[in-house]
Design a binder for this molecule. Structure first.
Ligand code: ADE
Ligand code: ZN
Length: 319
């Protein structure tokens, strides 16, 4: 894409391509249940969010050493550059690694090594957003946040992800209060599979500045009024929505309805190694499906810039 793109909803663990999984398994002597790329690829059929998460967490077992996290992050940044990404605000799930015995500083340090080199190596500025797994205890998230704040590694924000239904944002108010008190930016996945009520809670109880997905907000007119009035960005991920069966087909995606309603939506890839493509692939497919044309494509790109946590001066260099 020639448009200057900003990516705001990207799980670094969701960029772990099947080829790299097999390469890291060999490097780290990890035994996988599948012997070939084809066998592994055959697992990539999902019925809902949980069926995807089961594979996503399982594949992470190949990430063991600090360099593995650096290689993963560098591979994403190189692919993002070919997509035209100029700035990326990247999610990272520390609990997906600490829970299987990888030290926090190994995983976080490895990601940071690649991000710290990104402006020079690929010309992409980055921010790092630590996402807490909402299906694990809030006390664990709180403890981890304290460790991260005491570590030498910089993070820019926190978010919430993983299985949504049954794990409302209200469980995490203390975590978000601590993050806010430390100057971190705040986002949360809400309204992906969960109800509009979770979007309200993310806004009113956690004080988030962006909603990740938020697609089920369309079921609540009062919520839509609020999102439009406050220009709350929604980081929408079309390929993800189709592959996780939040919607039936791309043709049925409500992106046009969301734009027409005046919502500040931008397009993102979520977990591109799992859902069939990167940010440029998502935009190209939407353009083909809906005939977005240059004006709406540019609007989506501008929305991403506006929704980012860059300063106004930094934003103006991307416009
Ligand atoms: N973790 C990685 N991708 C996710 C998604 N789409 N929703 C919730 N948690 C996730
Ligand atoms: Zn996501």
């Amino acid at each position: 894409m020639t448009l200057p793109l900003v990516e705001l909803h990207l799980h670094i663990e969701g960029t772990l391509e099947p080829e790299l999984i097999l390469e890291l398994a060999a490097r780290n002597n990890v035994r996988l249940p599948w012997g070939s790329l084809d066998e592994l690829r055959a697992q990539y059929e999902f019925t809902d969010l949980q069926s995807f998460l089961n594979l996503y967490y399982r594949n992470l077992d190949v990430l063991r050493e600090r360099i593995d996290f650096t290689d993963l992050t560098r591979a994403y940044l190189e692919r993002a550059r070919t997509a035209g990404v100029r700035h990326a605000e990247i999610f990272f799930d520390p609990q997906a690694h600490t829970s299987r015995g990888v030290p926090l500083l190994t995983a976080l340090g490895g990601v940071r090594d690649a991000l710290d080199a990104a402006v020079d190596s690929v010309g992409i500025s980055t921010k790092l957003i630590v996402t807490f797994l909402r299906d694990r205890p809030a006390a664990e998230a709180l403890q981890l946040l304290r460790e991260i704040l005491a570590s030498p590694h910089r993070i820019d924000g926190i978010g919430l992800d993983s299985a949504e239904v049954g794990y409302p944002p209200e469980l995490f108010t203390e975590v978000f209060d601590l993050a806010r008190a430390n100057g971190l930016r705040l986002v949360a996945h809400a309204g992906e599979e969960g109800p509009p009520e979770y979007v309200w809670q993310a806004l009113d109880l956690l004080g988030v500045e962006r909603i990740d997905h938020g697609i089920r907000s369309l079921e609540d007119e009062a919520l839509l009024d609020r999102l439009v009035r406050d220009r709350v960005p929604l980081t929408v991920c079309p390929f993800s929505n189709v592959r996780l069966r939040v919607i039936d087909t791309l043709a049925g995606h409500p992106i046009m309805r969301m734009l027409d309603r005046g919502l500040l939506v931008c397009v993102n890839s979520d977990d591109p190694a799992y859902f069939g493509g990167y940010i440029d692939d998502n935009l190209t497919a939407l353009d083909r499906e809906f005939g977005l044309g240059p004006h709406r494509l540019a609007l989506l790109a501008r929305n991403g810039i506006e929704a980012s946590f860059l300063t106004p001066a930094e934003k103006s260099t991307l416009d």
